[in-house]
Design a protein. Structure first.
Length: 293
């Protein structure tokens, strides 16, 4: 199902995100994870795309598995990194031939060992260029990325959010955010987009369940997300007690999701990290509290 049609039909969605497995053993683990999380009734599932296109074949394999074996709508991530427009159009044909109707358009991170993104000759320099290319093709619903705290390559949040406005103007039907851990920047982003586009855009919070404080610090350092003082004060004293920090982290994640949904968020996109337990705990707790249906 195309996500533009799904979003027209559903005010609120639940979705999960996986990354392509690095080897056969990891693939079997991911298959089990998919089977378990599909039982929670997600509206769609997305699969990431490695820097430099290094996971292209695996991304397609996972997306096709989800679409064919589970019946859940699948979305493939696609980046501008190390790809010409001709190569991207060939990818469109591959995905269309596999029955994939949804793409998440990203500029993408620099390949490993490179400090900054460099456009490929004959390729797309920005996510807006990739959105243009997909829209012109006409066979896919387009989702984009949003950054409540601003993308680190942009000089300010407002400058980054102006780029997000352009993504919607170019044809994106929704945005999924990078992980964040405080409601305020999300609401500020939504308000900014509402004012600049004249309508409330569908901006789905990306949720990273917290299970390990040290891992959270490493993850945020890589992606540029910040850890609120309240989260640090709650979890840092427990950081070396795996059971205690996991329990407190999941409880915080559930409360955070409840606050987002109460504030009008159009769903949740949970970064499952190819494991089912934490994502399932969060969804189950939200449903038991009546926050998520």
């Amino acid at each position: 199902m195309r996500l533009d049609e799904l979003f027209d039909a559903r005010e609120r969605t639940l979705s999960f995100e996986f990354f392509p497995p690095k080897n056969d053993r990891a693939w079997y683990t991911l298959e089990d994870t998919i089977d378990q999380l599909v039982q929670l009734g997600p509206d769609f599932i997305s699969v990431t795309y490695g820097a430099g296109g290094g996971t292209r074949a695996r991304t397609r394999e996972v997306v096709e598995h989800i679409q064919a074996k589970t019946g859940v709508t699948a979305m493939a991530h696609l980046t501008c990194v190390n790809a010409t427009k001709a190569e991207l159009r060939a990818l469109f044909d591959e995905y269309h031939g596999a029955g994939i109707q949804n793409l998440l358009a990203l500029r993408g991170d620099p390949p490993k060992g490179e400090a900054r993104f460099t456009p490929t000759d004959g390729g797309c320099a920005f996510a807006t260029d990739l959105i243009d290319l997909i829209r012109t093709d006409g066979r896919f619903a387009i989702v984009c990325a949003a950054f409540p705290e601003g993308h680190p390559d942009n000089p300010s949040r407002s400058a980054d959010w102006d780029w997000l406005t352009r993504k919607f103007e170019k044809g994106a039907v929704a945005a999924i955010t990078q992980c964040f851990f405080d409601v305020a920047p999300y609401l500020e982003l939504v308000d900014h987009l509402t004012q600049t586009t004249g309508r409330r855009q569908r901006i789905i919070p990306g949720i990273l369940p917290i299970t390990d404080f040290h891992a959270l610090e490493r993850f945020c350092a890589r992606c540029g997300a910040s850890i609120p003082d309240s989260v640090r004060a709650l979890l840092a004293p427990l950081a070396d007690d795996p059971l205690a920090v996991r329990q407190a982290g999941i409880a915080y994640t559930v409360g955070f999701c409840r606050a987002l949904l109460a504030a009008g968020a159009p769903g949740l996109h949970i970064y499952a990290l190819n494991r089912s337990t934490a994502a399932a705990e969060v969804v189950t707790a939200l449903r038991l509290s009546g926050s998520l249906h």
